[in-house]
Design a protein around this ligand. Structure first.
Ligand SMILES: [Zn+2]
Length: 310
């Protein structure tokens, strides 16, 4: 399997990158939907977990390479990796995301912008890394806490972009949110002065803007790529897999599910009407495509014919 799916949006070349897989509890992934319904679409393993992709987006922009979300990274300990069944080791690089990036001729040093949908560990975990020997030492010492001093920015030449409200929210953790917001994924970027904090809908670069899509967390954002009348949107945890296209199929992880419902309703109506290409971050099958409106609601139409360069 290729680690990269390349497609064009107008003049912009885009790549969906495979940053590995994780597994999360199927019940938590589908909220109030009864198991007999969701297990047909997403068969669980013996620990009731369903497989999920860690998909990122790389856009070749004239201002430099733009990476959207960064997967899980390499800072977590064996217990964590077992709980979430994280498989993201690189064969050539530190992580599979490194390998995917290298397979299209780029390195982490080429990334000029990193945009996070939000700061949960499976979206921002690869913002920072521990490298070489230190990774082994940190692992033996018990994981991210012990490794904190050895953490470095995974993309040393990048400006990192997130909603100002999301960084604030991640820093004020509570019992419900603490397992998802791990400071080594975002504090080293603050310490290095590399956050560009945006507020609301905002253009990051010509043709690339962030769009607030709240519900999963209050300041969740989607990333819209537009060129020559074509549009793609990286939707993060707004609609994590294509199985979540039905409006009430909403994760129990979402802090404000009724807000998610209204965001989805509005977003999908526009995306279907305007023919947006959507990138589904956690979809384990084909995860780039448009949505159509069928007899039973929204349907996924995979973009299975990658559009060539030029
Ligand atoms: Zn997620």
């Amino acid at each position: 399997m290729s680690l990269v799916q390349t497609f064009r949006i107008g003049a912009l070349t885009c790549h969906a990158l495979d940053a590995g897989t994780q597994r999360l509890d199927g019940g938590a992934m589908f909220g109030v939907v009864p198991k007999p319904l969701w297990e047909r679409r997403a068969p669980p393993d013996e620990r009731n977990r369903i497989p999920l992709a860690l998909r990122c987006l790389l856009v070749e922009h004239e201002a430099g390479l733009v990476l959207v979300d960064t997967g899980v990274g390499n800072k977590e300990n064996d217990k964590f990796l077992d709980i979430y069944a994280v498989e993201n080791h690189g064969v050539h690089g530190v992580t599979l995301l490194d390998d995917a990036t290298a397979s299209i001729g780029f390195t982490a040093h080429d990334i000029k912008y990193v945009i996070n949908t939000h700061l949960h560990f499976d979206h921002a975990g690869g913002n920072t890394l521990i490298r070489g020997e230190r990774a082994a030492i940190a692992g033996a010492a018990g994981g991210a806490g012990a490794a904190e001093t050895a953490v470095e920015l995974a993309f040393p030449n990048a400006t990192y972009v997130v909603q100002r409200g999301e960084l604030e929210f991640a820093r004020h953790r509570n019992e419900r949110t603490a397992a998802s917001y791990l400071p080594p994924n975002f504090e080293p970027i603050a310490a290095a002065g590399r956050w560009r904090l945006v507020e609301g809908e905002q253009e990051v670069l010509p043709g690339i803007r962030v769009l607030p899509t709240p519900g999963h967390v209050p300041h969740h954002q989607s990333i819209v790529v537009e060129s020559a009348g074509e549009t793609a949107c990286f939707i993060g945890d707004l609609i994590p897999t294509v199985a979540h296209l039905p409006l009430p199929w909403i994760m129990a992880y979402d802090l404000h599910p009724l807000v998610t419902l209204e965001t989805k309703r509005r977003f999908l109506a526009g995306a279907e009407r305007d023919g947006w290409v959507l990138i589904f971050e956690h979809e384990p099958g084909p995860g780039v495509g448009r949505v159509g409106l069928g007899k039973h609601g929204y349907e996924f139409l995979a973009l299975d014919t990658p559009v060539g360069r030029g």
